[in-house]
Design a protein around this ligand. Structure first.
Ligand SMILES: Cc1cc2nc3c(=O)[nH]c(=O)nc-3n(C[C@H](O)[C@H](O)[C@H](O)COP(=O)(O)O)c2cc1C
Length: 361
């Protein structure tokens, strides 16, 4: 059996293989509610044999969306739509997961195909929030909103929204929950010294900057059942002078582990326009960070970044770099990537293929 197609049990959840669909915004929800697009997009990849199917960055509040088309988990209509999709994913033998997040100062943006520019409040946008009132890209050609610096009450309110979203994620049937603390969105913008210039209890040194994330994860863990895995996505490297490297992120991961996090999803970049982007060919060299994270913390680790080939993904698991290989763009290119990878590795693909007689009514 190849390492990539061996099962993995985390708490009470067993993945049939180590191939995961990385969370990817679809910008296609209406009022945060998933629809046929999401059902088809996620369902196809579950049919395609991936063991773990991440739903996109899903906002904990309307203001926490990146764009008006982002998915949400702040009301029961959104739960019902997600529950139907998750039932189908499970019937395919895959595990449905969701990444809950808040966009912070990178929110209120148009979808990429509409240019991605900041949306005015009277044009479908909303006021944004951040650790300070510093704009994401003051000198860029693309306009970004000036965020409001968050008060301690604002911070506590967002933590409560994460908790409410976690409860809804459980109601929706997700089996793995991930807190999004990467890519320059709200929780990462508090973590990194590139953005967080506060000097109160939520700023200052690493412990202060991590406080918002740690309090949020602790509160989420208290409502997310012990038997289900909890993950956090970190930008394991800011890839720019003055930002965090892997050492600071390993320290953060130790604190997360103490609060009951089971899985660290090692992404990178996105904090500032000058920092490396979280998507692109250069993400390939962030894969090794997962190995350092895994070795230092003993946590289950996801590697992500330009994983495209079956033998490449298999080697990551085999040599101990990661426990799960997450794929983004390769999964957009080929929903049946997992079955094709099994074939390429000489593994019997049948156990990883859909069981049509298990389809929910
Ligand atoms: C269309 C698209 C949407 C994305 N949306 C998210 C997201 O919602 N949350 C997230 O953490 N990363 C998001 N990402 C980043 C991917 O999860 C992944 O980390 C990145 O694309 C690198 O992996 P890849 O080289 O396999 O594409 C997105 C990437 C793409 C291409």
């Amino acid at each position: 059996m190849s390492a990539l197609f061996s099962p993995l049990t985390i708490k009470s959840v067993t993945l049939k293989n180590r191939v995961g669909v990385s969370p990817m915004c679809q910008y296609s929800a209406v009022d945060g509610v998933m629809n046929d697009w999401h059902s088809t997009h996620l369902g196809a990849r579950a049919m395609g044999g991936a063991g773990l199917i991440f739903c996109e960055a899903t906002a904990v509040s309307p203001e926490g969306r990146i764009s008006p088309g982002c998915t949400g988990l702040w009301n029961d209509t959104q739960v019902a739509a997600a529950a139907a999709i998750n039932a189908f994913i499970k019937s395919m033998g895959a595990v449905p997961a969701v990444q809950i997040g808040h966009s912070g100062r990178k929110g209120s943006a148009a979808a990429p195909w509409d240019g991605g520019a900041s949306l005015a409040d009277d044009a479908g946008g909303w006021p944004t929030q951040g650790p300070t009132d510093q704009v994401f890209d003051p000198d860029g050609t693309r306009l970004w909103k000036q965020p409001q610096a968050m008060s301690e009450d604002d911070i506590h309110a967002v933590t409560a929204q994460f908790v409410a979203a976690a409860k809804r994620a459980l109601d929706a049937g997700y089996d793995l929950l991930e807190v999004h603390a990467a890519h320059g969105y709200l929780l990462h913008s508090f973590l990194t010294p590139l953005v967080n210039r506060r000097n109160d209890a939520y700023g200052g040194d690493l412990r202060g900057r991590a406080r918002f994330l740690l309090e949020t994860v602790e509160a989420v863990r208290a409502v997310w059942p012990d038997h289900l895995p909890l993950a956090t996505r970190l930008s394991a490297h800011d890839w720019i002078e003055g930002g965090h490297g892997i050492e600071e992120n390993i320290q953060i991961a130790h604190w997360l582990k103490d609060r009951g996090v089971d899985v660290i999803d090692c992404s990178g970049g996105g904090a500032t326009p000058a920092a490396r982007a979280s998507i692109g060919e250069r993400t390939a060299d962030q894969v090794g960070l997962a190995g350092q994270m895994r070795e230092a913390t003993g946590l289950v680790t996801c590697a992500v970044g330009y994983i495209t080939q079956a033998d490449q993904a298999n080697a990551l698991i085999e040599n101990g770099t990661a426990d799960i290989a997450l794929l983004g763009r390769a999964m957009l290119d080929d929903p049946f990537w997992a079955v094709h990878a099994a074939q390429a590795l000489g593994v019997d693909p049948k156990p990883h293929m859909p069981h049509q007689n298990h389809v929910v009514a």
